[in-house]
Design a protein around this ligand. Structure first.
Ligand code: FAD
Ligand code: DHB
Length: 413
């Protein structure tokens, strides 16, 4: 790996000596989430060097509980990258989901409706562990606990990332920067505001999510519409259930005893045929806000934004992680073309290509969210309209197929 080091000394503002070190790489990647790590492995595969900078510890990113549904394309990519050994053993393949409303369940059969495609349940933090292990096994750098990361000279030929590590101020000179640092990262906000157009929508609710030591009550994911609000039954393994409840966006988790959570889940998931919710000790709980957000374009000068740094979807439909992976596939292909042939055409079209998919996924996530959640200002008309929509989606082959092909993942451009 060609990382060049220089070690000049200079004064910081307080007058004490700090070591400044200059390094160089081809792609500086900010963030070791799914976007940053997949990108690093995609680039490694075609011989492009990168350095990944992550503000948190390895333990923190490997234990952060988030998404759990992988599209077929994400699974295929893990196979291609040679990081699917545990996924093959532990991933749960699902050929459909259930939509539950009016106390009845209705199955959407993905395999039948999409020519054999399915999704795989495998937790995001397990994906992260696999990607980090592969990167470190190949002796490629991930710098954890990088401090005060900032990006500079984005419109020059040599953009630079500044950060602190082990008391040393580092300057990482790059050909390009990949801003993979999530919604709250620094990359997007370092772009002059006039250069970006933001499109967003807040939802007047959040999700209260739990992990429970309880075997899943159904074989497949169940999305439930109920007068009391939305509920989702998911899982992580044959022993662990993952469940969500629609709640207020600023709900205090302290207000939700385990008993209250199970009672609410029982009511919202109840069916007329005596189905029973399996309960068990709750081992983790938290509240997530919901938002739709898109930045256009997803590039400024030599910096490309990918994943949550550029867009957020509400979680209904499980698209966030998968969309991040789709972005970096486009970016890796464009960078490979640039380094192989010096052509910038794919890089120039990065935003345009990604945004076509981003907006389709935004539409799908917004639609699933709108169909299944209770909105504060809804009146009985809205309730009836939602039921009619669910009835249509589950009884029309055309409508079921639309849901199925979006859920398993649209083809890559
Ligand atoms: P991230 O996973 O956010 O990764 C960004 C990385 O950058 C992080 O590791 C962060 O620590 C690092 N970083 C941030 N700032 C800096 C900095 N200044 N310097 C260096 N590093 C930095 N999606 C679903 O589909 N289903 C779900 O159930 C679901 N649940 C979620 C729950 C929560 C609490 C959150 C926040 C998201 C959830 N998502 C869910 C969305 C999904 O997890 C994200 O879409 C996905 O993680 C996006 O990957 P990413 O790599 O773009 O960003
Ligand atoms: C999960 C999350 C989702 O957002 C979803 O739509 C389905 C499942 C999960 O965490 O298992």
């Amino acid at each position: 790996m060609a990382l060049a080091f220089k070690l000049p000394r200079c004064n910081d503002r307080a007058g004490t000596k700090v070591i400044q070190r200059k390094m160089r790489t081809q792609i500086g990647i900010v963030g070791a989430g799914p976007a940053g790590l997949f990108l690093s492995l995609l680039l490694q595969r075609v011989g492009i060097e990168s350095v990944v900078l992550e503000m948190h510890t390895r333990k923190y990113v490997e234990e952060r509980i988030r998404a759990g549904v992988l599209e077929q394309g994400t699974v295929d990519l893990m196979h291609e990258l040679g990081v699917s050994e545990r996924l093959k053993r532990q991933g749960l393949q699902h050929g459909g989901i259930e939509l539950r409303f009016g106390g009845r369940g209705h199955r959407i059969d993905f395999r039948e409706l999409t020519g054999g495609k399915c999704v795989t349940i495998y937790a995001q933090h397990e994906v992260i562990k696999d990607l980090i292990a592969a990167r470190l096994a190949a002796n490629r750098p991930i710098i954890f606990e990088a401090e005060d990361v900032s990006v500079h000279d984005l419109e020059s030929t040599v953009p630079v990332i500044h950060f602190g590590a082990n008391g040393v101020v580092e300057q990482l000179q790059c050909d390009f920067i990949a801003g993979c640092d999530g919604f709250h990262g620094i990359c997007r906000t370092s772009i002059p505001s006039g250069a970006l157009q933001i499109y967003d929508r807040d939802y007047p609710f959040g999700w209260l999510g739990i992990l429970a030591q309880a075997p899943p009550s159904s074989h497949e994911l169940t999305y439930a519409h109920h007068d009391r609000g939305f509920a989702l039954l998911s899982m992580r393994s044959p022993e662990i259930s993952r469940l969500y409840l629609q709640c207020d966006p600023d709900e205090e988790i302290a207000n939700w005893s385990d008993q209250r959570i199970w009672q609410e889940l029982r009511q919202r998931l109840a069916t007329m045929d005596g189905w029973k919710l399996t309960e068990g000790p709750i081992i983790q709980k938290g509240v997530t806000g919901m938002r739709s957000f898109v930045t256009e374009p997803m590039q400024f000068g030599k910096m490309f934004l990918a994943g949550d740094a550029a867009h957020i979807v509400p979680p209904t439909g499980a698209k966030g992680l998968n969309l991040a992976v789709a972005d970096v596939r486009v970016l890796a292909r464009a960078l490979a073309e640039f380094y192989a042939n010096g052509k910038t055409e794919l890089l120039d079209r990065y935003s345009e290509v990604c945004l076509r998919r981003v907006w389709k996924v935004q539409r799908f996530s917004w639609w699933m969210t709108s169909m299944l959640h209770r909105f504060a200002n809804d009146n009985p008309f809205d309730g009836r309209r939602q039921i009619a929509e669910l009835d249509y989606v589950t009884s029309s082959r055309a409508a079921s197929q639309t849901l199925a092909e979006n859920y398993v993942g649209l083809p890559m451009d």
